[in-house]
Design a protein around this ligand. Sequence first.
Ligand code: ADP
Length: 284
Amino acid sequence: MTVYCLGSINADNVYSVPHLPAPGETLAATGLFRGLGGKGANQSVAAALGGARVVHIGAVGPDGRWAVDRLAEFGVDTAHVVQSDHPTGHAIINVAPDGENAIVIFPGANARQDGVRIEAALADAGPGDTLLMQNETSHQAEAAALAVGRGMHVVYSAAPFDLVALGAVLPRLSLLVLNAVEAAQMRSALGEVTGPEVIVTDGANGATWYFDGQCIAAPAFPVKPMDTTGAGDCFIGSLVAALDLGKDRTGALRYATAAAAIQVTRPGTTDAMPTLAEVRAFLT
Ligand code: ADP
């Protein structure tokens, strides 16, 4: 089947700084790394490396061709990534020597998706296919409604957490994935959610899947983390790929926690994501 990911595509600019800049301060960075990021692109890459057929639905600006090419290099179908007149989304990520970071995101083209193009992208989708989304693009509610109308599964990562955005898609979701902080924000606002199945990830404590009054807990694999940026995206993309390839909840959780464990031992986000073969080798 196919995983359609409506998601952000960002140019990540990661600056090494001696400390996070104070208000009014001008600071020289000691290093710069540029790469493909955005939760949507991250999750598409993880799912494609996990063996799923992935169609990314998104938008970049005139300056974003390289990002689309990079997505394609990872095996993601980019036929439905449109070029808009707005700049490509980007992130300015300052990282201090102790690993503490401060991030500014400019949504740019990510916030200017085109409903007609989304409908066209989903024209061939049907039952068994999955729509995967995160909260970094416009048109989430429209896409969710289209997907439900086509009988698709809808998987949503409520990050960055926003109650209004979540409320707009919640009735359409098959599966909601939150990290521990987002889960606490949701519970304090909505109480326990009824409706979709829910997975809560909790870093080195692993992940728990809640469904039909039951739960399955998957411990994290013990690894020495080096850079946990994008761990949640790796987990979600890998999980969706595993489900798409026919794994059950327990098997998909095991696959996703293994993929994310490998990812946190490597630097970077998309560049750190493991292939299906690497995860299989890790699990044997
Ligand atoms: P997010 O990146 O969204 O904050 P988490 O920190 O909960 O998400 O991480 C997602 C998943 O990645 C976890 O459920 C776990 O399986 C894996 N993971 C994250 N940090 C570690 C770690 N230090 N060791 C092993 N696995 C980890």
